[in-house]
Write a new protein. Structure first.
Length: 55
């Protein structure tokens, strides 16, 4: 099951949310996020987001 396809009660999933392709601001890999990225704002892939969240 892909990142945006999780379902269930209390699972923190996004259900059927539309995913948007973008480029990670840190590692520059293409990724998908469950929101429409705003121009001029940093967007991080799952891995980079987790690394930054620890700080």
């Amino acid at each position: 099951m892909a990142f945006g396809e999780r379902r269930g009660f209390g699972g923190g999933g996004f259900g059927n949310r539309e995913m948007h392709k973008t480029t990670c601001s840190e590692c520059k890999k293409e990724c998908e996020v469950p929101f429409k990225p705003a121009e001029g704002r940093a967007v991080f892939c799952r891995d980079c987001y987790q690394k930054r969240k620890k700080f």
